[in-house]
Design a protein around this ligand. Structure first.
Ligand code: HSE
Length: 330
């Protein structure tokens, strides 16, 4: 049983906790990549930074700077905290109050993996505080279970281009690749100024799909992976547009993502090679080999024409996933 003196209070820590302050960096992610619904995702160079400590406060304290600072929960219901607690429980540690600080740059509810970043960061920090008993594969499985679907948490934790499968019944499996070819593409995300709740976006999905639509997506999902890993060049460039087509989720979400088709058309006209909805939207994700700013400006202008404020980011693939920013002993 360790003790830590904070001001005049002595906080007793149950067995299994280290007196550490741990910090990490978690990337944004874009999931689905068009046809790869719930199974494909790419980590991007836009990051949140999280820090956590146990034994510092007698009750859970969450400090938030940046995205969500006025809206996200600051108690045990905060997703970073819940993910830490789940990980403590997984490790048979008695849950304790945590102090957490989030510096958030990933926009919320825009299809860029903000909730998965919170889950990945929480699971990662809990493992640090318990002395790193779990490996990344373990962390992914815990995070996927918390999130419910694995396609954002896999790249958030593992980095690169991650392919993942599974559900609560079958268990989760993921593999990430981080090849030079991935860094040669230009990735542009147009982020409109409205939000979509993923749970709501999942409610509009079809319960059943036609066999031919399943075949349509299986082939295209495979082709997206092949094209991205091959890298920019005549062969991959010429298939990306067809490869990023989807019949599983984008059609039924049409009404939620105001301006989707017009923005995607504008991106193609400006030189994008493949364009899709990022995650469950509303951000639009474009892949090109050049003209990244031109593509971004075209997408933003098209949102603006529909009286929707928007901005764009030109990003690269984040190869590392969640990384430690240091662990401090007391
Ligand atoms: N695959 C998920 C969806 C990503 O499209 O609902 C959102 O988290």
């Amino acid at each position: 049983m360790g003790t830590l003196t904070v001001m005049s209070t002595t906080i007793r820590l149950p067995r299994g906790y280290k007196r550490l302050k741990a910090a990490c960096r978690v990337p944004a992610t874009t999931a689905n990549l068009g046809p790869g619904f719930d199974s494909m995702g790419l980590a991007l160079t836009l990051h949140n930074e999280l820090a956590a400590e146990v034994g510092r406060t007698n009750k859970t304290v969450v400090e938030i700077v940046g995205e969500g600072e006025n809206t996200l929960a600051r108690d045990e219901s905060n997703l970073v905290v819940r993910s830490m607690i789940e990980t403590f429980k997984h490790l048979d540690r008695k849950p304790v109050p945590v102090w957490v600080r989030c510096t958030n740059r990933i926009p919320l509810s825009r299809g860029l993996g903000s909730s998965s970043a919170a889950v990945a960061g929480g699971v990662f920090l809990a493992n640090e505080i318990c002395g790193r008993p779990l490996d990344r594969e373990d962390l992914f499985k815990i995070a996927a279970k918390i999130e419910g679907h694995p396609d954002n948490v896999a790249p958030a934790l593992l980095g690169g281009l991650a392919v993942s499968v599974g559900d609560q019944a079958t268990g989760f499996h993921a593999l990430s690749v981080d090849l030079d070819a991935l860094t040669k593409w230009k990735y542009v995300v147009a982020i409109p100024d409205f939000t979509i709740d993923t749970a709501a976006a999942r409610k509009v999905l079809p319960k059943k799909i036609a066999f031919e639509d399943a075949v349509f997506n299986v082939g295209r999902a495979s082709l997206v992976i092949a094209a991205l890993l091959k890298g920019p060049g005549k062969a991959a460039n010429s298939v990306l547009k067809e490869a990023m087509n989807d019949r599983l989720h984008q059609p039924s979400r049409e009404k939620l993502i105001v301006g989707r088709q017009a923005v995607m058309d504008a991106a193609y006209k400006a030189g994008a090679l493949g364009v899709c909805v990022s995650g469950s939207g509303p951000s639009i994700f474009a892949v090109g080999s050049k003209w990244a700013n031109r593509i971004g400006e075209a997408m933003v202008e098209t949102f603006n024409k529909q009286e929707i404020a928007a901005r764009y980011e030109v990003l690269n693939v984040e190869p590392a996933g969640t990384i430690s920013l240091g662990v401090h002993n007391f």
